[in-house]
Design a binder for this molecule. Structure first.
Ligand code: PEP
Length: 247
């Protein structure tokens, strides 16, 4: 059975001092980990966190990647540059980027493609808004979002990580019940099975107010292969409890 993956999404939080304290606190407890662990840090801190985590059980991730390869795209960071920093994962299509930066399914698919081409595993986020859930459109929305990535990356789709993150659960303290999450994860697994014979290799993470108290129930669902953790990834004891629940 594949190991679960617990990835922290620090979002736009941290400082040189607090990053170091957080990583040291995690590493102090890392000897018994039985799952994959990653931290997706602000781009400005990739070099610092790489220095702190290189050769440890913590993998480095970015929170975004450019859909362009290189050139006149001020402010963008290419997949090749991220690779230079030892980046193993790149979050693409987080709902905050879809919402505040107008990222479409097509842009998210291109970002996943750039990451894969550079040897970086994209963590592709999908998820419905509250209005979409209440209108009974959850399946349609997540399938459309994932279909765009499958369409653009069919030949290597088993190399991605998927994160189901219901938008209404992100940063709100409202979590999908384990049954609600499993139901959507099952839909996503079936969609991947139709695209690749290696669908069972793909990690499908749950994200949305996963915390120390609810992690073990969510992670015990058959198609929940780990978590993408926002707020709770900033507190070492909480993140460590989630890691232990995944082991
Ligand atoms: C996220 O931003 O990916 C996330 C899941 O955030 P939180 O855990 O804070 O809901």
């Amino acid at each position: 059975m594949k190991k679960k993956l617990i990835a922290g999404n620090w979002k736009m939080n941290g400082s040189a001092a607090s990053n170091e304290a957080l990583i040291q606190a995690l590493l102090a407890q890392s000897s018994g980990w039985n799952c994959l662990v990653a931290v997706c840090v602000p781009a400005a801190y990739l070099a610092q966190v790489r220095g702190l985590t290189q050769g440890t059980g913590i993998e480095l991730g970015s929170q975004d990647v450019s859909a362009q390869e290189s050139g006149a795209f001020t402010g963008e960071i290419s997949a090749a540059m991220l690779k230079d920093f030892g980046t193993r994962y790149a979050i693409v299509g987080h709902s905050e980027r879809r919402q505040y930066h107008g990222e479409t399914d097509a842009v998210v698919a291109s970002k996943a493609q750039r990451a894969l081409a550079a040897g970086i595993t994209p963590i592709v986020c999908v998820g419905e808004t509250l209005a979409e859930r209440e209108a009974g459109r959850t399946e349609e929305v997540v399938k459309r979002q994932l279909a765009a990535v499958i369409h653009a990356n069919g030949h290597c789709i088993s190399e991605i990580v998927v994160a189901y993150e219901p938008v209404w659960a992100i940063g709100t303290g409202k979590t999908a019940t384990p049954e609600m999450a499993q139901q959507v994860h099952g839909v996503l697994r079936s969609q991947l099975r139709a695209a690749t014979e290696h669908a069972d290799r793909v990690h499908i993470l749950y994200g949305g107010s996963m915390n120390a108290a609810n992690a073990s129930q969510l992670l015990s669902q058959p198609d929940i292969d780990g978590g993408l953790i926002g707020g709770a990834a900033l507190k070492a004891p909480d993140f460590l409890t989630i890691i232990a629940a995944a082991g």
